[in-house]
Design a protein around this ligand. Structure first.
Ligand code: BV8
Ligand code: ZN
Length: 239
């Protein structure tokens, strides 16, 4: 594969956005690649507050399924390549992820904005108490709060809910000189807006994806393929 990407100087502000594709080689499902991720429901119809109000057991079945998969997954070379990039750049590096699997942090990434929350935390819808999912009794159809008995939900941003960290996201997009997007179909907002925004503010934009995503025309450089193969190769040229 002919990769030809200019080196990244120390002190350059670099922002990375990742999606489900960066965890695909860790064995986790993506959302739109392989048809129905599960049962007959469309993801956008189930990962919503209304769906949780209507049928919390169904929503918990979905998240327990994802949680079990997560238990068997570990970071892959794409996650480790981003740890290396952060180690080389230090505090001019920011990683924004749409993923809720926590694999970036497990690989060693430090400055991570989990804009869609995390599967590794839950909270009580009645009193707000937070719990580590690993410590929750998931044998109940709808896990309960040990404090007040209320229902727990994953600390995840569902459709129609406000993503986390948007202030920090906007700050980094305003100042970033290089914006790298890895493993996302560019179909979910507001994350899908970050690429055109960064480009319009003068950033050099680099895309790595198995298939050209919808917004591929916004990339100055686009590398088609598996993130686990391409990112380690690009790292050799960048640092
Ligand atoms: C909100 C948590 C108001 C759940 C998720 C316009 C503006 C604003 C909002 C909207 C808008 N239009 C529509 C909306 C509403 C909605 C939306 O975007 N709907 C879509 C369906 C059109 N957005 C919202 O509701 C958001 N909230 O808007 O609040 C607001 C508005 C503006 C500003 C502030 C507030 C909330 C969205 C969050 C929903 N929650 N996740 C969970 O994970 O269980 S989204 C879900 O999709 C995941 O987080 C996932 O990460 C994300 C995006 O999907 P991708 O990561 O891209 O995954 P996908 O499968 O699609 O693609 C994977 C890609 O990887 C593929 O391209 C594939 O080719 C590639 N790939 C596969 N293998 C590899 C690979 N690439 C490299 N290597 C490989 N090995
Ligand atoms: Zn409670």
């Amino acid at each position: 594969m002919s990769l030809n990407s200019a080196p990244i100087q120390k002190g350059t502000r670099v922002t990375v956005l990742t999606g489900a594709g960066v965890s695909a080689e860790s064995g986790l499902f993506t959302f739109r690649d392989n048809g129905g991720l599960w049962e007959q429901y469309r993801f956008e119809e189930v990962a919503t507050p209304d769906a949780f109000g209507r049928d919390p057991r169904l929503v918990w079945r979905f998240y327990k399924f994802r949680w079990e998969n997560l238990g068997k997954a570990s970071p892959n070379p794409a996650h480790y390549a981003l740890v290396k990039l952060e180690a080389s750049l230090g505090d001019t590096f920011t990683l924004i992820t749409q993923n809720v699997d926590g694999l970036h942090q497990e690989a060693g990434s430090r400055n991570v904005i989990e804009m869609h929350g995390t599967l590794r935390r839950c909270y009580c819808v009645r009193c707000g108490q937070q719990f580590r999912t690993a410590k929750v009794n998931l044998h109940r159809e709808v896990p309960r709060c040990t404090g007040c008995g209320g229902s727990l939900r994953p600390d995840i941003v569902w459709f129609g809910e406000m993503p986390f960290g948007l202030e920090a996201v906007n700050e980094t997009l305003e100042h970033t000189r290089i914006f790298i997007v890895v493993g996302t179909s560019g179909t979910v907002y507001p994350a899908a807006q970050f690429l055109p925004l960064a480009r319009s503010l003068g950033a050099r934009t680099i895309g790595i994806n198995l298939e050209p995503p919808q917004n591929v025309s916004w990339f100055d450089e686009f590398y088609r393929g598996r993130a686990g193969d391409i990112l380690p190769e690009l790292l050799k040229q960048w640092i």
